[in-house]
Design a protein around this ligand. Structure first.
Ligand code: 4AD
Ligand code: MG
Length: 461
């Protein structure tokens, strides 16, 4: 394998020949030499390649090189007079591997809107921004695993196809092999006994229920996988397919859950600040001014804790008028979440003990019978980044909550069994991975922090 450009850029000038391969970002001709900016995705910077057009052959090749073409250049690394880089490549040979005809290549050197780039998602990782997002996303997934592995959490691979609805919200994509043009019917409904799984199945909205099974055997576990929601919300914070990290801890209450969530986020943010300096400076300058400072202060500060009831008090006393009215019992809207973090707490806040009616059936019911031991972690600019809770571990109460939520306890027999045999207090949470990448990079739209966004009406690539 040849050296990557990131490595070459950190070298000292030397006489021994090296080869650089990548895609041309720009080409500039002067009288006798041609300058190419070549990028291979290993870092934000491109390598400056300088080629003498001293032969017919080199000139012919260079005439066919343009933005987007793939090339392989060999020569020596020389000290660069430019202030942006230590070295540049003085190439003796250049091989054109793949042309990119300028009359049709859509990614010419100019600023493109992110909306346009989404339409060419097969080419957009070749841009500075989407390339930087890919590297930061990679660093963050590594940090996720390191954080939990260092703390003895087991990584559990939970299923993608399930027959239960974890959030009980009915926002699921159905998985079926029944013929849609002639669904077999029985007593007025589709005859699922003839479907592939012999009952209705869907893509999972969360790995939590299965993670709980393993937590009640292995104590501390986590999942990190894709989840799917058929919500019809066309916002800059929602995807139909997104990745979620879900730790689950036995012998743990909401207090322990909050501590893990706080140290987890701080760990991931610090890791990015340490390992993705160049990319983060790019985001800081071009995408979200001050993003580095805000991440550092989150990594060093403390997260405020506040009950839902107190949050509602703060919001009703607020000297601003919200689009959605605030009242005890209603869910917090993103404008409320932003107000709490940006104006009231001036940093992340963990809101706890939400009304039972607006949260999922599995959350531990408080003694007041009105609220559940839920927690949402809210951050400035974005609002909710984590949702979690202590789990209902009492068999009777859980059965009651399942019924109240309009679900059938029979469908949850194994989940209830965990409360019949060796039940313990346990808790966990889910971090929306794309929300976290959005927060770290400052990117405005969640569709630009996942390689291939799936949303209403959009599943190309
Ligand atoms: O709050 P949610 O729905 O919680 C759960 O799914 C629990 N089962 C987690 C658990 O306790 N194990 O989702 C968790 C997080 C949200 O805070 C948000 O960051 C993200 O997942 N999320 C989405 N991200 C992108 N697009 C969507 N449509 C999302 N819905 C939720
Ligand atoms: Mg939530």
């Amino acid at each position: 394998m040849i050296e990557r450009i990131r490595e070459l850029l950190n070298r000292e000038p030397a006489e021994i020949p090296v080869t650089a391969q990548g895609w041309v970002r720009t080409k500039r001709d002067t009288k006798h030499v041609t300058f190419l900016e070549v990028n291979d995705g290993s870092c934000l910077k491109s390598l400056q390649v300088i080629i003498d057009r001293n032969s017919r052959e080199v000139t012919d090749t260079l005439n066919r090189v343009s933005t987007g073409a793939s090339v392989s250049c060999t020569g020596r690394l020389a000290e660069s007079p430019g202030k942006n880089q230590k070295v540049e490549l003085h190439a003796d040979t250049i091989e054109l591997i793949g042309e990119a005809p300028p009359e049709s290549y859509p990614l010419q050197k100019k600023r493109h809107s992110f909306e346009f780039l989404r339409e060419i998602a097969h080419l957009r990782p070749r841009t500075n921004t989407i390339g930087a997002v890919a590297r930061v996303r990679n660093a963050m997934s590594r940090a996720v695993h390191t954080f939990f592995q260092e703390r003895d959490f087991l990584y559990i691979h939970t299923p993608i196809i399930t027959t239960s609805d974890c959030e009980g919200a009915g926002e699921m994509f159905q998985v079926t092999t029944l013929p849609l043009n002639q669904v077999p019917m029985r007593e007025g409904s589709p005859d699922y006994s003839r479907d592939f799984f012999q009952k209705p199945a869907n893509l999972t909205v969360s790995g939590q229920l299965e993670a709980e099974i393993y937590a009640l055997a292995m104590t501390n576990v986590y999942t990190f996988g894709p989840t799917f929601r058929a919500e019809n919300s066309n916002t800059s914070r929602h995807l139909s397919e997104f990745w979620m990290i879900e730790p689950e801890m036995a012998f743990c209450t909401l207090e322990g859950n909050m501590e893990v969530a706080e140290s987890f986020l701080k760990y991931v943010f610090s890791h990015v600040l340490e390992t993705c300096r160049e990319d983060m400076e790019f985001f800081n300058q071009w995408i979200q001014k001050g993003v580095i400072d805000s991440l550092s202060s989150v990594a060093e500060g403390v997260f405020t804790r506040m009950t839902y009831t107190d949050a509602v008090k703060e919001l009703t006393a607020a000297p601003v008028s919200f689009e959605y009215p605030v009242s005890w019992g209603a869910d917090l809207q993103s404008e409320h979440e932003k107000y709490l973090t940006e104006q009231v707490c001036r940093g992340p806040v963990i809101v706890t003990d939400y009304p039972r009616e607006i949260k999922a059936f599995y959350m531990l019911l408080n003694d007041d019978e009105k609220t559940v031991r839920a927690m949402d972690v809210l951050v400035p600019r974005l609002g909710e980044i984590i949702g979690g809770s202590e789990r209902e571990y009492r068999y009777d109460v859980l059965t009651r909550r399942i019924l109240e939520s309009g679900l059938d306890p029979k469908d949850y027999w194994w989940y209830l069994d965990l409360r019949r045999y060796g039940t313990v207090p346990h808790a966990g949470f889910g971090l929306g991975f794309e929300r976290a990448v959005q927060y770290v990079t400052g990117m405005q739209n969640i569709r630009d922090v996942i390689p291939f966004p799936r949303a209403v009406g959009s599943a190309e690539f």
